[in-house]
Write a protein that binds this ligand. Structure first.
Ligand SMILES: Nc1ncnc2c1ncn2[C@@H]1O[C@H](COP(=O)(O)OP(=O)(O)O)[C@@H](O)[C@H]1O
Ligand SMILES: [Mg+2]
Length: 372
C-alpha cells in the first residue's frame, strides 16, 4: 500500500495538468489547493484554478476573495501551512462567461467579426446559457493556461460532479453550440417558426415578427452569418481541448471520502471515465478515521485508576466512536479498491478541530506527498 501512496506523489509531480474530480463536500477544493502547494514546495510555478462557484477556494486559502485574474500567493501569507515554498501558487476563479467571450475574441478572424458576434443579442443569450456551463469554460481555460507556458503545472478544482459526463463532453458540446445548423433548423420556414404560426412561408414570418420583434429576427440572421466565420476555429479548438484532456501529461485525480454515498458516486464517475477511455490517474481518499489504540474496554480499565471512572468512561466512549468510524471507512475504502483496481492512491486523515485553514492545507499537502 505504501508503494501505491508514493506512486500517487509521483503522478502528481510528473503530470503537467491535474484535474480533481469527485462528489460534493469530499474535499476536492482542499485537495486541489494542497496539490498546488505541494508542487510549489517542490519548486514549481503552479496555476490553481477553481470552477467551483461556491468561493470555497478563497476560504481554503484564507483569502477574502479570488477573481478571474491570477493572484500570486505570497510566502508570508502561506507561512501557516508550514511548507517551505520554493515555487509559487497563482490562484484564480473561472468566470465562465468571460472565458467564453475571450475564446470568441481569440478565434474571430478579424475585428469586425469579433464585434458582430460579441455585440449580438443572440450570442449573449446563448453564451450565457452554454458558456454558463462551468465545465465547458473550464476546459477552454485549461487549454489557454497550458498554451501560455506561464506555469509548470496546472491544478483544476471542479464543482461537484452531479453531471460527471458534462466535463468530458464539453469539447463536443462546444462544437454543437457553434454548429449553426442547430439554429437553422429552428428558424427554417418548415421548422419551429412555421409550426408556431401553423402555416409556411411569409405569413408565418410575419407572425413571428409580431411575436418576437423584427430586431430579433434580424439579429438571428446576423448571428448566423457572423458565427460562420468562427466555426472552423471552434472545431479545431474543441479537438485540441479534447486531446489535452486525454494527453498523458494530464491526470484525472478522483477525490472521495470513505463514506457510502461518495464512494458510490466515485465508482460511477470512474465508470464514466472508463467509458470515455480516459485513465484515472489517482485516487485520494480524504478524511479517513483511524483507531489504532486498544479496545475501548481495555482503555477504560487502564484509565480508571489514573483519571477516575467517569473520565475514563468518556475517553473510552470516544475511542469506541472512533473505532466505529474507522471500521466504516475500511468498508468504503475496500469498495473503492475493489471497483477502481490498482490506482495510485493516498489516504488523508480526518484532521479534527483547532487547525486553521492554512494549517489544514499544509497537513493535507504533507499527507499527500510525504507518505513514502
Ligand atoms: N482531511 C480533512 N480533515 C478535516 N477537514 C477537512 C479535510 N478535508 C477537507 N476538510 C474540510 O471539509 C470541508 C469541505 O471540503 P472542500 O475541500 O470544500 O470539499 P469539496 O470541494 O469537495 O466540496 C471544508 O470545510 C474543509 O476544510
Ligand atoms: Mg469544492
Amino acid at each position: 500500500m505504501s508503494a501505491n501512496r508514493s506512486a500517487l506523489a509521483d503522478v502528481l509531480v510528473e503530470r503537467r495538468i491535474c484535474v480533481c474530480v469527485g462528489a460534493g463536500g469530499v474535499g476536492k477544493t482542499t485537495t486541489s489547493a494542497a496539490i498546488a502547494l505541494g508542487l510549489a514546495a517542490r519548486g514549481r510555478r503552479v496555476a490553481l484554478v477553481t470552477i467551483d462557484p461556491s468561493r470555497r477556494l478563497a476560504g481554503a486559502l484564507a483569502l477574502n476573495e479570488l477573481s478571474n485574474e491570477p493572484l500570486t500567493l505570497s510566502r508570508e501569507h502561506l507561512a501557516p501551512t508550514g511548507l517551505e515554498l520554493r515555487g509559487e501558487v497563482c490562484a484564480m476563479v473561472l468566470d465562465p462567461k468571460r472565458t467564453f467571450d475571450e475564446l470568441v475574441w481569440q478565434l474571430a478572424p478579424d475585428a469586425r467579426t469579433r464585434e458582430r458576434v460579441l455585440g449580438n443579442r443572440i450570442y449573449r443569450e446563448l453564451s450565457n446559457a452554454v458558456g454558463g456551463s462551468h465545465e465547458f469554460s473550464a476546459v477552454a481555460k485549461l487549454y489557454e493556461l497550458d498554451r501560455s507556458n506561464a506555469y509548470d503545472a496546472i491544478v483544476l478544482d471542479t464543482p461537484p460532479s452531479r453531471n460527471t459526463l458534462d466535463f468530458l463532453r464539453a469539447p463536443e458540446r462546444l462544437i454543437q453550440f457553434f454548429d449553426a445548423r442547430t439554429l437553422r433548423v429552428l428558424l427554417a420556414p418548415a421548422g419551429l417558426g412555421a409550426r408556431l404560426a401553423g402555416r409556411a412561408g411569409a405569413p408565418a414570418l410575419a407572425v413571428i415578427r409580431h411575436l418576437v420583434g423584427v430586431d430579433l429576427l434580424a439579429e438571428i440572421a446576423l448571428f448566423l452569418s457572423a458565427i460562420s466565420g468562427l466555426l472552423s476555429g471552434f472545431r479545431e479548438r474543441a479537438s485540441a481541448v479534447e486531446a489535452l484532456l486525454r494527453d498523458p501529461a494530464s491526470a484525472f485525480i478522483m477525490v472521495s471520502s470513505p463514506e457510502r454515498e461518495p464512494v458510490r458516486e466515485s465508482i460511477a464517475f470512474a465508470d464514466a471515465l472508463r467509458e470515455a477511455q480516459i485513465p484515472l490517474g489517482g485516487l485520494v481518499v480524504n478524511r479517513v478515521h483511524s483507531a489504532e489504540a486498544g479496545t475501548a474496554d481495555a482503555i477504560e480499565t487502564a484509565l480508571t485508576e489514573a483519571v477516575g471512572e467517569r473520565l475514563a468512561h468518556v475517553v473510552a466512549a470516544s475511542e469506541a466512536r472512533a473505532r466505529v468510524l474507522a471500521e466504516r471507512d475500511k468498508v468504503g475504502i475496500g469498495g473503492l479498491d475493489a471497483a477502481l483496481g490498482d490506482v495510485p492512491h493516498a489516504r488523508i486523515p480526518a484532521f479534527n478541530g483547532g487547525l486553521g485553514e492554512l494549517e489544514t492545507l499544509g497537513a493535507v499537502a504533507r499527507s499527500l506527498f510525504d507518505q513514502r
